[in-house]
Design a protein around this ligand. Structure first.
Ligand code: PLP
Ligand SMILES: N[C@@H](CCOP(=O)(O)O)C(=O)O
Length: 470
């Protein structure tokens, strides 16, 4: 199966090529040419199976033989053996018809590990087969960076440059990126917001000479493989609640729109998904878009859920591509409008298509604090602020439809955001798991950089082993 760019001007690529490419040459995002289907009997047969087996079932049709079956199976087994929970992504009940999908049992305590542990192995495998090297550049508001550093640190075939907004991630998140001894890891603190970091990354991809010279690759959810791997836990959690015999809805704390898009992908592949509820913090561009059809950038507001302090929700482009009937010219016009004037408007038809699958709600800070406290008092479960937004959004979904079970995605471990949790609970400070217990004592290594593409390119050329011939 080939993968096409949403902007229509880049050559279609195989899964492995799209994996290495990250962003398409025309600035678009890759999606499969068609959505492979997983039949109801196959979905039903996932009940009670280990997570890794479900991952094989969901990912095989997406990868479509482009990576040999035994190799893929081995990498999937190894990726999910790194998780501390035997179920990998366990589901617990919080309330009537409200369930919590815990996605933070991987090495860096956030949902990013679910895809990144596999991505690291897949990229290393493909690069080894081709005798090639790559320079990975990623933008992070805290969690993608730590997951990437963990998955790619120490690998011989890649150098990893992670751009994070200086002073806008939690201390635990920062230290997870800056305290890694591996010499192929470079943590870059950018003077700007996450959106500035993401714009820099996209600009690097579009500078063809630079991208070719360093063999640029990306591990943000602009990389299709990230979204594909995240689709798996929608299947496992829905099946645990009786799918495919009844629909299940999902409430997803949302920033870059990768995670909730993975739920929509699961639906395209045949999973009976009810509603997909987008939960945002005060950075509510998606809520405003679903209300009025106008996608309009505003300044980023800092919140207690810093990983979602994002305005440009990159993966919304993949949804719009589909909602526009895969018309890449219309999509490119919208994206040009975003670049030139900071926004675009959706036609009533496109907006109706988006609304046919998605709802959206912004959760203000006091409600985030209240949800952490309420959930802890009622169930003993301690939520981090991102997960609290998911749970609050899930409660909203249940007000609309109490009969359909709702899975709220818990995207980070509360110990990543101890200050916010302590504030909400009156002093409770969740402990880091043993493998990170000394995190606060580890030496840090980072470089401050300006929000300046040319300076960034110079730095990467100087440090990447690919350009130094090492
Ligand atoms: C903890 C946490 N929750 C939620 C999100 C939002 O996910 P997405 O960007 O895929 O919408 C992020 C960042 O991506 C995150 O790190
Ligand atoms: N919240 C993310 C932002 C990047 O999102 P991604 O899923 O596109 O990598 C983070 O924590 O870095």
């Amino acid at each position: 199966m080939l993968h096409v760019s949403t902007r229509g001007a880049a050559a279609p690529l195989s899964f492995s090529d799209a994996l290495l490419a990250g962003l398409a040459r025309d600035g678009g995002l890759y999606v499969p040419q068609t959505w492979p289907q997983i039949g109801r009997p196959e979905i039903a047969a996932l009940a009670g199976r280990p997570y890794a087996e479900a991952a094989k079932c969901v990912l095989r049709p997406l990868i479509d033989g482009d990576i040999a079956g035994p190799d893929l199976d081995r990498m999937i087994d190894a990726a999910y053996a790194t998780f501390r929970h035997p179920a990998v992504c366990p589901l617990t009940q919080l309330d009537d018809n409200l369930f919590l999908l815990e996605l933070f049992h991987g090495p860096t305590l956030a949902f990013k590990d679910v895809a990144m542990q596999l991505l690291g192995r897949l990229m290393d495998h493909v690069l080894t087969q081709r005798g090639a090297r790559a320079t990975i550049v990623g933008a992070t508001s805290g969690d993608t960076g730590s997951a990437a550093v963990e998955a790619f640190g120490g690998l011989d075939r890649v150098d990893v440059f992670i751009l994070y907004p200086h002073g806008r991630v939690s201390e635990v998140q920062r230290r997870q990126m800056t305290s890694v001894p591996a010499q192929n890891v470079h943590a870059l603190a950018v003077d700007g917001t996450f959106d500035d970091c993401q714009n820099l990354v996209k600009a690097l991809f579009q500078h063809a000479d630079f991208a070719d010279a360093v063999r640029l690759s990306g591990v943000n959810s602009i990389n299709w493989a990230r979204v594909a791997a995240q689709a798996v836990y929608y299947f496992t959690s829905a099946v645990a609640l009786g799918s495919p015999h009844r629909p299940v809805s999902f409430a997803v704390p949302t920033g870059n729109f990768g995670d909730v898009l993975a739920g929509w992908v699961a639906k395209q592949m045949g999973l009976p998904v009810g509603r997909l509820m987008i939960g945002t913090n005060a950075n509510d561009i998606l809520v405003r878009t679903l209300e009025h059809g106008a996608y309009e950038l505003r300044g980023v507001v800092p919140t207690t859920s810093p990983s979602m302090d994002i305005q440009i929700s990159s993966n919304f482009e993949r949804l719009l591509f589909e909602a526009l009937g895969r018309d890449s010219s219309s999509l490119s016009r919208l994206m040009a409008g975003l670049k030139q004037s900071g926004g675009f408007s959706l036609s009533p038809e496109v907006l109706a298509t988006v609304r046919s699958d998605f709802d959206a709600v912004a959760v203000p800070e006091p409600d985030v604090m209240e949800e952490i406290a309420l959930t802890q008092a009622a169930t003993g479960v301690v939520l981090d602020p991102h997960s609290a937004i998911g749970v609050r959004a899930g409660r909203r979904l249940l007000e609309q439809d109490p009969a359909t079970p709702v899975v709220a995605l818990a995207t980070a471990h509360p110990a990543k955001f101890p200050d916010a949790v302590a504030k909400a609970t009156g002093g409770l400070r969740p402990a880091l798991p043993p493998h990170l217990a000394d995190l606060m004592d580890r030496p840090e290594r980072l470089t401050r950089v300006a929000n300046d593409q040319a300076a960034l390119e110079t730095l990467i050329r100087e440090r990447a082993r690919i350009t130094r011939g090492a």
